[in-house]
Design a protein around this ligand. Sequence first.
Ligand code: FMN
Length: 370
Amino acid sequence: MAQTRSRDVPISAMGLLFSSPLGVAAGVDRNGEKLAALDLAGFGHIELGTIAIGETLTIGLRPQGLRIGVNFGSLRPGMDEAVITDYSAALRQVYGSSDYLCANLTSPRHGRDGNSDGVDALICRLRDVRDLCASETGRRAPLLIKVDGGSPGDPLPKAILEARRQTLDGLVLVCESAPRIAAIKRHVGTMTLISVGGVRTARQARERIDAGAALVQAHKAFVDGKLRSVSGNGRMFDDRRIRAKRVPRGKPEDGDALSPFAPRTGSDPSSVLDGVLESAAFQEVGSRPAMTTSTLSTITCPSCGHRATEMMPVDACQTSYECKGCGIVLRPKPGRDCIFCSYGDVACPPVQARRAASAEAGTCCGACGG
Ligand SMILES: Cc1cc2nc3c(=O)[nH]c(=O)nc-3n(C[C@H](O)[C@H](O)[C@H](O)COP(=O)(O)O)c2cc1C
């Protein structure tokens, strides 16, 4: 049964809101250099990475409308204790930059997949490290694994069974078979599925959603040229191949009920992917003002004066903070529920968003109750 969903209605998954079900898979923008362009194109999320320990992300100002997942792994082969330690350290390293975390288990180059010996120990450890980071920061980032879903009839990969046992938040599922996606969804129940692999048309995106995926990612759509002209400076430019494919509105193409270039305002999710492609190919999106949010704030301890610059959560208020100078645990000032809005030089992202919208300064975000 096809779901209908307006592009303007955010999708709720893993406790986060996504402006669109369509995101960009890992490998397209490994370090976060193209965030503004991808946001302006209309994507709901980008999965950065794969990042290994010591490799850096270059996220500075982050667009408001784009969720950021960070896919992480290890440069070592196999799945021994050293590799598990690498993954754990990488998780810690990217925690503050991620709306969600994704441990990559699709790495044939390193001899790792969802059935590797030790994958259950890895998932168990990562769950513990994530829980520790959550208690340290006051923000719980969803933890997923990226895993190959296999083919219909195959036994489920060990990693999926363990992810369910450890109550991870979801799977980035590499799988092109809608029946297989549906079968895995039945097994994992409330865990979120992000479907990736072979998504090039609106019909394919819709099939994945109908099979139980909450979100869909594209990668080869870029490689094939549809979106390869995404540039790092926040602008997008026409692509000849897209232009050549342009068809009159309403004319079906690739078996889709909707034209790839139908208006984006419809409520059918099949318009989402093509709407984004249309946006990338035909809109001079650089003319739209980029909405950027600062995610760094320098906290000054009211007790000892120690200053520390911290990464802020993008969608929630942080309600406690331990001073790195004197160790005192700061709580929000009266009337504020957020330590950044109380002691930081930059207000929290929800407040920034509200200020940008209302041009009202000095108030706390709605979520803070200030
Ligand atoms: C050139 C290239 C680089 C990729 N790099 C990564 C990566 O670093 N980490 C990862 O998890 N997946 C990576 N992938 C896999 C993609 O994220 C995606 O899972 C895969 O390409 C299937 O989606 P598609 O059919 O839309 O291309 C890469 C794929 C390609 C083609």
